[in-house]
Design a protein. Sequence first.
Length: 297
Amino acid sequence: MRVIDAHHHFWDPERNYHPWLRDEPMIPFRYGDYACIRGRFMSEEYDQASRGWDVVASVTMEGEWDPSDPTGEAIWMQKIADATGRPAAHVAQAWLDRDDLSAVLDVIGPLPIVKSVRHKPHANAAPGQAPGGMSDPAYCQGFRKLAEAGLMFDLQTPWWHLGEVPAMADLAPEVPIILNHTGLPSDRSPEGLAGWRAAMEAIAKLPQVVVKISGLGLPGRPWRLEDNRDIIRQTIDIFSPDRAMFASNFPVDGLCDSFDTIFSGFDLATRDLSETERGALFSGTAARIYGIEEVPT
């Protein structure tokens, strides 16, 4: 399969400051100990990880760069793309509830490589608690400014906060929302999966929402198709292949297993779909959403 990897990271913590990759102690992390990914991960490391797969283009995701330098990562990534031709698109850091948001968007918006922004909203550790960050008026007003900048919004939040999305989306229905990591179905109990599916079905009714199928690892165990096949197929059924895309989330998901294991899982989980449907999932949807030009065969 030709692949456009819709979500991975480039970082070089020895040169650039990412607090979570440099500071001690390390932060609590959903996959546990992440010490082995705190080093450089650039095109050479990515090529080694993805060896054997025909990755024709990719989308880099902000890596929680120093928040006191909110435009630095996007400018750095544009320089990398200008020099190497990769990545094809970038999702930049932008803090929606900060007073400097307009100034930040003025800088990163004109960068050709920047197509979207991400600011993880405040989230609770479990369902049934107070509303999260998407209910904050300042956060919502920041989301509205993305329309003026012509940018999309990458959303990473647990599924139990997806009910907050419609009210925010109504403020700027022209802004595409790209749900990261399959809505984070970390609770694989029957109750947890039922809640996840209901939340995904509800948010899929918003026409501006698409989804990245990624981030499916479970702490303390390898990535296994038997753990993830139903989630992959339910997500495709809910959104359709034209609104879903596969992504590696490397190097982060390298904590769970190899690039080959994960993409082989995507391949095996969709073998019964048509060539057109698989083409959308592996490359076509990402190309359309992120404005990536067709790559010659």
